[in-house]
Each structure stands twice: as C-alpha cells, then as structure tokens.
Design a protein around this ligand. Structure first.
Ligand SMILES: [Zn+2]
Length: 247
C-alpha cells in the first residue's frame, strides 16, 4: 500500500483558504429593501441573507469533500473516480486535450440568492480499441485547481494538461514514474514542519510558475525559499506588515 502510493498521484479537491473562481453573492438589493421596514430589519436581514450565503457555499464545500471525483494518475493511465463513472484511460489511447472555463449560475429554492460558479473543465479525446473517438469531460475544479493528496502540489487545469501531455508523449514507464514522483510537491507533513515559526514569519506568498498561494517561512534565507507545489524559486516578496518583527 505504502509502496503503491509512490507510483501514483491522486488529485483531490481540497478546500483552500482562497475561494478562487467561485464568486458568491447574495442579492444586496433584497437586503436593502428589507431594511426599509426599519433599522432592526437590517440586522435580521443580514443574518437571513448571511445564512443563505453559507448554505449555498456549504453545498459546494461538501461536494468537494467527497473522494468520488478524485483523479488518479498512474504510469499506465488516468483513472477517473465513481463521480465520473469510473473511467480508465491509458496514456497510449489519449489524443488531444484542452481546457475551457464554464460559467453557471444556481438560484436558491427561495429565489433570494444566487451563486455564480466558474468550473474549469478538461476535455480528453481518446481512441479506444474500437478505434472510435470519444471525448471525456472532467469537471476539474471550481476552486482554481486541485491538490495532490497528502502533498502540496497544486494543479491548475493548464498544469494538469501539461502533465498529461508529458505522460502521453513518452512510452517509457520509468520516465512516467519519474514524472509522477517529481509531480507531487512537498508532503503536507514537511510543509507544516517548515512553518513552526510565529505567524508574521509565515505569510502567504504567490508562486509565479504554478499560481499556488501558500505559506512560506520567511526566517529562511530567500535562496532556500522554494515553492512547496512545484519547486520554483519565482516567489512573490512578502509584504511587511510587522517590519520590526519581520526584519
Ligand atoms: Zn509553484
């Protein structure tokens, strides 16, 4: 089991601090109209619309906590979980791949709230044994990307397509194993270990290569600061909120 973990990448939807690509809003007009009744109604309205907002947000978070939509990458191919209909695609059957962003809006049953969700969708074209072409669609993420299970590598749709192309374009199993091994990023345990410093020494910084926003230990010299997601050194500079402490 443990040995097996080294030979695959599991991409999961992990709730991250930043809700990228997911715009949520509750109709503020409705709230203002409620407030016209009298000032206390503003508070009641705020609580009511606030709860509605959380209910709509919660629906998406819970959906994301399920494992059924995990994407498993192995040296043989990619396995899409039950949520996608348990599809297995071998690298040698894979053709063109591309991504698009879909925008959809969902209204609450009471009609007072609306959520606009942007989903990055990946299209995989395959040629099966029947030599017929199929296009598989994967709802990749509503959160800007996915994380590797137990690791810090963050995959946007563009990064995963790049990875799939590399795995498709080589026939060497060793090379594929190497790509998988190097594609996981830092383990969560190591990431947490690195951050045993006061909070002003562990700001969120952006990686210019993979787009991840993660915490960095700024006590370490800049030359030792590498992205836990992709290993790049192209990291944004910390904004000094506590200049005397951050030195
Ligand atoms: Zn990075």
């Amino acid at each position: 089991m443990h040995e097996d973990e080294h030979t695959k990448i599991i991409l999961e939807k992990r709730y991250s601090r930043k809700i990228t690509g997911c715009m949520l809003f509750v109709l503020p007009v409705a709230w203002l109209v409620t407030g016209l009744v009298g000032p206390p109604a503003y508070l009641v309205g705020a609580v009511f619309y606030g709860l509605l907002f959380l209910a709509l947000l919660g629906k998406y978070i819970f959906k994301d906590l399920s494992d059924s939509e995990n994407i498993v990458i192995t040296p043989v191919g990619v396995h899409l979980g039950e949520g996608f209909g348990s599809i297995k695609i071998d690298w040698c059957d894979l053709g063109e791949l591309y991504t698009k962003t879909h925008t959809s809006s969902h209204s609450s049953s009471s009609g007072h709230g609306e959520v606009v969700v942007e989903t990055d969708v990946i299209y995989l074209e395959t040629k099966g044994s029947d030599q017929e072409e199929h296009t598989h669609t994967i709802d990749f993420s509503q959160w800007g990307g996915r994380f590797v299970k137990d690791h810090m590598a963050f995959y946007t749709a563009a990064r995963v397509i790049d990875m799939f192309k590399k795995l498709r374009d080589t026939t060497s199993v060793e090379e594929r194993l190497e790509l998988i091994k190097n594609g996981k990023g830092m383990s969560i345990a190591e990431y947490k270990e690195n951050l045993q410093v006061p909070f002003w020494n562990r700001p969120y910084l952006t990686c210019y290569d993979c787009g991840s926003e993660l915490r960095y230990n700024t006590k370490l010299p800049q030359s030792e600061r590498t992205c836990p997601s992709c290993g790049s050194k192209e990291i944004s500079e910390p904004i000094k909120i506590f200049p005397d402490k951050q030195g």
